[in-house]
Design a protein around this ligand. Structure first.
Ligand code: R5P
Length: 310
């Protein structure tokens, strides 16, 4: 069995994974100095071992990234045979091109760092844009959290003895394929119609967007909005409002990563969303919880993948 190390970004998820695999987490110390620098120390023998480091590079992104890099360096220096980064949430994935002239393509830089520092492979969950996969020259695997979320949604609808029609909704043009795949798995058929919201981003003002139009039929239906992440909540809330305006019976959401910004909770909890199913790729602070939010663990998905490494 590989050794599993946990960075400090989401220790609860790492513990859950270790519990499923029935092994203890391997010992390491992450020490933060007063000046914000961090020191990572591996506290057990790793010579010749395959080591997995679980660390979402969520907010504070740069801090969590540096810690992950230091894990790789420390493990390499201590003789680890193979080092695997398990990054449940891959920060900077949205900066995958020059959205405006003059911008850095940050995800490219992060990938080059991960490779240069000595990771042999990288696993993540629902990377924002699958095309980013092509940048990796080491082994890369993009795991899918939607199967677990889809089951949770199906259970919820069934428990409510809900038999009405369901529409799967992409809250923007970029998410059409994601919504299609979700719908095919959800309805167990490839013959699916999805609803698409036309979204306009304000590229000059980060996190601002508006919904311009809705294509498809939602009247009288339960809408499931599918997205990879929530940051400000704007995309999801505008989509939910649009669905309701067009006569949807109710709206629920199925989103992998809760990369919440400061006012996301206030915005989402006041929205027409009846329920928001999300995974625990990112640690949720107690003050970020709200009534509609239901967290579904992806620990099993990660654990199964680690088992397959053997
Ligand atoms: C965009 O392409 C993503 O898939 C999400 O829709 C977006 O990043 C969510 O951000 P926000 O919650 O700030 O609208």
């Amino acid at each position: 069995m590989p050794k599993i190390f946990s960075g400090s970004a989401n220790p609860r998820l790492s513990l859950e994974v270790a519990k499923i695999l029935k092994i203890p987490l391997s010992s390491a110390q992450v020490f933060r100095f007063d000046n914000s620098e961090v020191r990572v120390t591996i506290k057990e023998k790793v010579k010749g071992a395959t080591c997995v480091v679980i660390q979402p590079t969520s907010n504070p992104t740069d801090t969590n990234l540096m810690e992950l890099f230091f894990f790789a360096d420390a493990l390499r220096r201590n003789g680890a045979k193979e080092i695997i980064a398990m990054i449940p949430y891959f920060g900077y994935a949205r900066q995958n091109r020059e959205h405006l002239p003059g911008e850095a393509v940050s995800v490219n830089v992060v990938i080059r760092f991960l490779e240069a520092i000595g990771f042999d492979s990288v696993y993540t969950v629902n990377l924002h844009d699958e095309a980013t996969e092509g940048i990796f020259s080491i082994t890369f695997k993009n795991l899918n959290g939607f199967s677990i979320l889809g089951s949770a949604v199906a259970g919820y609808l069934k428990n409510g003895k809900n038999t009405e029609k369901v529409a799967v909704v992409s809250p923007d043009q970029g998410g059409v394929e994601r919504a299609q795949v979700f719908a095919e798995n959800f309805f167990h058929t490839s013959n699916v119609d999805i609803v698409v919201i036309e979204k306009k981003r304000n590229l000059e003002r980060a996190g601002q967007s508006k919904a311009l139009a809705l294509y498809g039929k939602v009247k009288g239906k339960t809408c499931i909005i599918v997205d990879d992440m929530i940051t400000s909540g704007g995309t999801l809330v505008h989509a939910a409002e649009f669905c309701m305006k067009r006569g949807a019976k109710r709206v629920i959401a199925c989103v992998v990563h809760h990369d919440f910004s400061e006012n996301a909770k206030a915005r989402l909890s006041k929205s027409p969303l009846e329920k928001i199913f999300m995974t625990n790729t990112i640690a949720l602070r107690p003050d970020q919880k709200f009534k509609q939010l239901e967290e579904v663990s992806i620990a099993l998905l990660l654990a199964e993948e680690i088992k397959n490494l053997l």
